[in-house]
Design a protein around this ligand. Structure first.
Ligand SMILES: Cc1cc2nc3c(=O)[nH]c(=O)nc-3n(C[C@H](O)[C@H](O)[C@H](O)COP(=O)(O)OP(=O)(O)OC[C@H]3O[C@@H](n4cnc5c(N)ncnc54)[C@H](O)[C@@H]3O)c2cc1C
Length: 465
């Protein structure tokens, strides 16, 4: 967003960041094995290729370094108030009044880029606070705790849990994995880029565009489509997951434990090259008995067994419905975002909400967070916000917000498309909202791009003077 503002010649913007560095997700998550699911070439900004990616799927630390580099190169840091938490934003008399930990400030336009998988979710297990050793959420990894000598209890087998097992399995004294639901694992290989390739991409920068184009096409055509509509992509991904399990886990008892009841992709698809190999290493145990409680020495499961542990890791995900919150956003007439979203978060094309003029959200409700690369998605959403910011800047319009009718119609169209998707085939996932329908984008990546290419004036309540 900042780069696009700069490219449009707008320098009068402020970014509030409650932490002390850029990077968001990739600053906060530093757990062992953290890797992006999307090929590095396509998890890059279209305007800033990176010839130096080390792997097909980039490790978290490398992504963090990339975002830091872009912020430095583009001179964005001077615009950022680090350590400034925005606690409330109130629309008042045509302006947005922000209250931050540093005081109050007023702006013409508010853009929220507060992330989507950001607020850690902890399980409600009796005795959680009584555990005697170190315990932390995967997104708050304490690197002062040594790992090789520990008996580690890992709660959760989603994308994060699987990546941690893939990395730590066989390298620590013990790894006890508490699995509530088995997950399908897509066998995504992660080869290293050779020095020759990296050298060639640095020497001839235009070659990077080829990688962006190729991996973009692959992600959009295979993973962008497989969950949303039946077809060969869905059959291919599902078959790859099933064969991966069958060929990789020979022990029938362990295979039974690791076999999900639902279809591949019904939940967020886990990608990992080494999970099954690591889970079969000595010292790794998968526990499927439900957790009864936590006590100082470890975890007690429903069968009464005490699993003694030295370290407890919660790979239990995030509050995916927090969106902009806990920041309090108050729109026209005192309407709060919490009130507007009482039945679940919804927006016009993920970006704007009726009653909240001159507010644009990046990664708002129903953004395609389940099966697309979020870097190009963020670029499309920022371009759309920029389009309106240009109109506001040139005094073509004074305030803009989507109409109730257009927002309702858009959300109803989305609901009608959901039955086609794999996300409604019976699993219980964090994708599902209050109404039992996925809070995801049910169409292709190309449709997302098209919907955000240019605003339709008729869908907006536009005030001119
Ligand atoms: C473990 C993990 C793995 C992921 N893997 C992938 C993947 O493989 N592919 C993919 O496409 N996506 C992945 N994602 C999603 C990832 O979050 C997005 O790709 C992307 O990083 C989101 O960027 P963002 O800037 O929108 O949000 P974030 O990176 O979450 O950044 C939001 C920022 O806003 C700040 N902030 C929030 N509220 C306030 C406030 N009130 N005041 C001040 N500052 C505030 C936060 O401190 C944070 O720095 C993953 C997410 C996680 C957690």
């Amino acid at each position: 967003m900042a780069v696009k503002l700069q490219d449009a010649g707008i320098d009068s913007f402020t970014i509030f960041e409650k932490a002390h560095d850029v990077g968001g997700t990739w600053r906060d998550n530093t757990y062992p094995g953290l890797t992006c699911d999307i090929p590095s070439r396509y998890y890059s900004y279209s305007f800033r290729p990176n010839p130096n990616w080390s792997h097909l799927l980039p490790p978290g630390l490398e992504i963090q370094a990339y975002f830091q580099q872009v912020a430095d190169e583009r001179g964005i840091r001077p615009h950022i108030r680090f350590g400034a938490n925005v606690t409330s934003a109130r629309y008042d008399d045509g302006k947005w009044r922000l209250t931050t930990t540093e005081g109050e400030e007023t702006f013409d336009v508010l853009v929220t880029a507060t992330g989507v998988l950001r607020v850690p979710r902890y399980p409600e297990i009796p005795g959680r606070e009584t555990f005697g050793g170190p315990a932390f959420h995967s997104s708050r990894w304490d690197h002062s705790v040594s790992l090789p000598d520990k008996r580690i209890g890992l709660i959760g087998t989603g994308s994060t849990g699987v990546q941690i097992v893939a990395d730590l399995g066989g390298k620590v004294r013990g790894l006890t994995v508490f699995q509530r639901t088995a997950q399908w694992v897509y066998p995504m290989p992660n080869p290293r880029y050779s020095r020759l390739t990296r050298g060639a991409l640095s020497r001839w920068p235009r070659l990077n565009a080829l990688g962006y184009w190729f991996w973009g096409l692959f992600v959009r055509r295979v993973f962008g489509r497989a969950p949303i509509q039946p077809g060969f992509q869905r059959r291919f991904v599902q078959a790859a997951c099933r064969w991966n399990l069958r060929l990789s886990v020979r022990d029938p008892e362990l295979r039974a434990k690791l076999t999900p009841k639902d279809q591949p992709m019904c939940k967020r698809q886990v990608m990992a090259g080494h999970f099954y190999r690591s889970v079969q290493q000595p010292g790794v145990e998968v526990i499927t008995d439900p957790i009864d409680h936590i006590e100082p020495r470890g975890i007690v499961t429903a069968d009464g067994t005490l699993h003694e542990l030295d370290l407890l890791v919660y790979a239990t995900g995030f509050d995916a419905r927090a969106y902009v919150r806990p920041l309090e956003v108050i729109g026209e007439g005192g309407l709060t975002l919490d009130e507007a979203w009482a039945d679940g978060p919804m927006a016009y094309r993920s970006i704007a909400v009726p009653g909240f003029p001159n507010l644009f959200m990046l990664m708002g409700p129903h953004s395609p967070i389940g099966n697309q690369s979020l870097t190009p998605v963020a670029e499309d959403q920022a371009d759309y916000a920029m389009w309106w910011i240009e109109q506001l800047r040139n005094d073509v319009v004074r305030t803009v917000a989507p109409t109730e009718a257009a927002t309702k119609e858009y959300n109803e169209r989305m609901k009608a498309a959901m039955p086609q998707t794999i996300w409604v085939t019976g699993c219980n996932s964090w994708y599902l909202g209050k109404d039992g329908l996925p809070e995801l984008f049910p169409w292709t990546p190309e449709t997302h791009h098209e919907l955000l290419r240019q605003p339709e004036f008729a869908d907006f309540d536009v005030r001119i003077a």
